[in-house]
Design a protein around this ligand. Structure first.
Ligand SMILES: [Zn+2]
Length: 399
């Protein structure tokens, strides 16, 4: 990573009371999308176009964009998933949060005549709307639902540990647990495929400096060891064996179904509302109170990262909004009012059983980086185990 990534981009003086971050002196915004120097690793070409725009163009070249060809590819996937599910209870597993993307995946898989099982991770932060959306979707679509409920005391301790660590990755515990729960359910029930709502057309841009380590159980477990107060005993986390197993599975059994459809978030919301009575809950990933607070309060105020920026940049490149409309949206603070921000702050701090003082100390502490924590890229015991595994891998059965 470039040395520039070490430079803290937010100083307390540059924060305004509303939580927006004043642009530093050298701030620069891409002339095509809206990504800017709040991504410490951003680069620009002579025309002022950023590296994210370049990556987007590259990835689009590798994707099937022609509607007819895409339909053929989609049919191939459906045949493959259906054939693999023959003689089993389910064809594919779908992680469901109550949000747009995951609920839409469940809807589409069902429409394509497949037999999904939905898995929901209850981490204690679901909004009422999210819970109602899940109930309506599984009932309306007649899909079986398996809910994994986290041990709240253990999970609370892990979330606080991530806040104390001071990296911008406080959503890693939830994202990690979702992935592990969905994968483990598939394994336990013998479900051959996993359909996911990740879509590179609208979700490609996310600077690594803003969030990383979602699969990284070494990182997660070390954060808990360093900053937590109890061991993780029930939390769904990978270990060396299950992670290796998942990597093999992911190579050919994870289906990014949205990439084979003409997907737009607005269109998906409209379809979900009409078909299963789904209700909108506001911004992207705001089906969870913690996610809403983390993205709209902690990330911009402590780190200077506004996730809306990455999302809007991607939406511009996908041709679903204009740069002007995106800039207009970004000119408003992420919370509709400071009162709404403070209500969420009180709720989250109280629920996490933190003192106001500790939370404020965390907000004032200098941001830390993933690279400086033990993780899969630098933790010696893990690297040694991986080297040993690679040496014996060729003697192991294929699956
Ligand atoms: Zn750009």
């Amino acid at each position: 990573m470039a040395a520039i990534a070490h430079t803290p981009i937010v100083t307390p003086a540059s924060r305004s009371v509303t939580g927006t971050v004043a642009a530093p002196e050298a701030a620069r915004t891409c002339t095509r999308c809206v990504m800017d120097t709040s991504d410490p690793d951003i680069t620009f070409d002579a025309a002022g176009v950023c590296n994210h725009c370049k990556s987007f163009d590259q990835v689009m070249k590798t994707m099937v964009r022609d509607p007819d060809k895409r339909r053929v590819e989609l049919e191939k996937w459906v045949d493959r998933v259906r054939a693999a599910g023959k003689g089993r209870d389910y064809d594919c597993v779908v992680g469901i949060s109550g949000g747009v993307d995951s609920t839409y995946v469940a809807l589409k898989v069902k429409e394509l005549g497949l037999r999904p099982i939905a898995v929901h991770l209850d981490n204690g932060w679901d909004t009422e709307i999210a819970v109602a959306n899940i109930e309506r979707a599984v009932r309306g679509l007649r899909v079986d639902l398996h809910t994994v409920v986290l041990d709240w005391e253990e999970f609370r301790d892990l979330q606080v540990a991530f806040l104390r660590a001071g990296t911008p990755d406080s959503e890693v515990p939830t994202d990690h647990a979702i992935l592990v729960s969905v994968f483990q359910t598939a394994r336990k029930l013998g479900v051959p495929y996993m359909a996911v709502g990740h879509n590179r057309v609208t979700e490609l841009i996310l600077p690594p400096a803003w969030s990383q380590g979602h699969y990284d159980w070494v990182y997660l477990q070390n954060i808990q060891k360093r900053y937590g107060t109890r061991p993780l005993t029930t939390f769904p986390s990978f270990d060396f064996v299950s992670y290796t197993r998942f990597r093999r599975f992911a190579r050919s059994h994870v289906w990014n179904i949205l990439e084979y459809l003409d997907y737009s978030r607005a269109g998906a919301m409209e379809e979900l509302t009409r078909q299963v009575g789904w209700r909108n809950y506001g911004g992207k990933h705001h089906e969870s109170v913690y996610t809403r607070f983390f993205q709209n309060y902690i990330l911009p105020r402590k780190f200077g990262y506004d996730k809306r920026r990455a999302h809007l940049a991607n939406t511009i490149l996908a041709g679903q909004t204009t740069r002007e409309a995106a800039l207009e949206e970004l000119s408003h603070p992420p919370y509709a009012s400071e009162r709404a921000a403070q209500l969420d702050r009180t709720y989250v701090v109280t629920k996490l059983e933190m003192s106001d003082d500790e939370f404020e100390r965390i907000m004032r502490a200098p941001p830390q980086r993933y690279e400086d924590q033990p993780n899969m890229l630098n933790y010696r015991p893990f690297l040694a185990a991986r080297t040993a595994y690679r040496a014996v891998k060729r003697f192991l059965p294929a699956r």
